[in-house]
Ligand binder design. Structure first.
Ligand code: AP5
Ligand code: MG
Length: 218
């Protein structure tokens, strides 16, 4: 299974990628999570990335493409993967196509999550993340069992700096300008399936499994 999860900030890509990747025994390759980990470790790349991320801008293509290229060569990615939040620009999509071609691989399906702007704002402003394992929670829709603590690893929950209302608005603009053109890119290649990203996580998960099984209605 080689999938791309595409969608605006807060669409539920991370939530769904985590579940499906866990079930399938393949990695969730989430560039946002990888960049946040690098920033938390204080590496040069991480600190540079943080300045873009905190203001809701995209990190330069070459940085992100380099990270993904390395990750795709890891042993656990050989059976398949779910790319969550990558690619996000046409240049990244073209770079990915080349990376996979060099490895005699191809993406099987691109799932686009359709969610209204009002719902995205509600999800992002109420989101809390585990500092240790990056598992997403929501204060209203999926609260942890113990306030402020991750159910899975006991890590501390925090609010992402780019989940402030100003950064969220900027991220939505960036998505419309730079990432939305990928819909046509993948539609023209017959790879795109749009799913309704609103409803219970279980309903959305079922729609994704149907789409990954070959339904191309987009
Ligand atoms: P990234 O971390 O990828 O953020 P994003 O794409 O903006 O998306 P989010 O992670 O905010 O949302 P999500 O779709 O994963 O939703 P989630 O499942 O958490 O990127 C952050 C930054 O890193 C970028 O702005 C950029 O600077 C940089 N970056 C990353 N990749 C890059 C790239 N390729 N190129 C350049 N720069 C890059 O869910 C959201 C909330 O909703 C949660 O609280 C969750 O619990 C809740 N929720 C989920 N599903 C449901 C549901 N069905 N009903 C109700 N609530 C739900
Ligand atoms: Mg995410």
């Amino acid at each position: 299974m080689r999938l791309i999860f595409l969608g605006p900030p807060g669409a539920g890509k991370g939530t769904q990628a985590r579940t499906l990747a866990g079930e399938q025994g393949i990695p969730q390759i989430a560039t946002g999570d990888m960049l946040r980990e690098a920033a938390a470790r204080g590496t040069r790349l991480g600190l540079e990335a943080k300045s873009y991320m905190n203001r809701g801008a995209l990190v330069p293509d070459d940085v992100v493409v380099g990270l993904v290229a390395e990750r795709l060569d890891a042993p656990d990615a050989q059976k398949g993967f779910i790319l969550d939040g990558f690619p996000r620009t046409l240049a990244q999509a073209e770079a990915l196509e080349r990376l996979l071609k060099d490895r005699e691989l191809a993406v099987e399906r691109v799932i686009y999550f359709e969610v209204s702007e009002q719902e995205l704002l509600r999800r992002l402003t109420g989101r809390r993340m585990c500092r240790q394992c990056e598992h997403p929670y929501h204060v209203e829709f999926s609260p942890p069992k113990r306030a402020g603590r991750c159910d899975r690893c006991g890590g501390e929950l925090y609010q992402r700096e780019d989940d402030s209302e100003a950064a969220v608005r900027r991220r939505l603009e960036v998505h419309a300008a730079q990432t939305a053109p990928l819909l046509e890119y993948y539609r023209s290649r017959g790879l795109l399936t749009a799913i309704r990203g609103e409803g219970s996580p279980q309903e959305i998960g079922s729609a994704i499994r149907r789409a990954a099984g070959g339904n191309t209605a987009a």
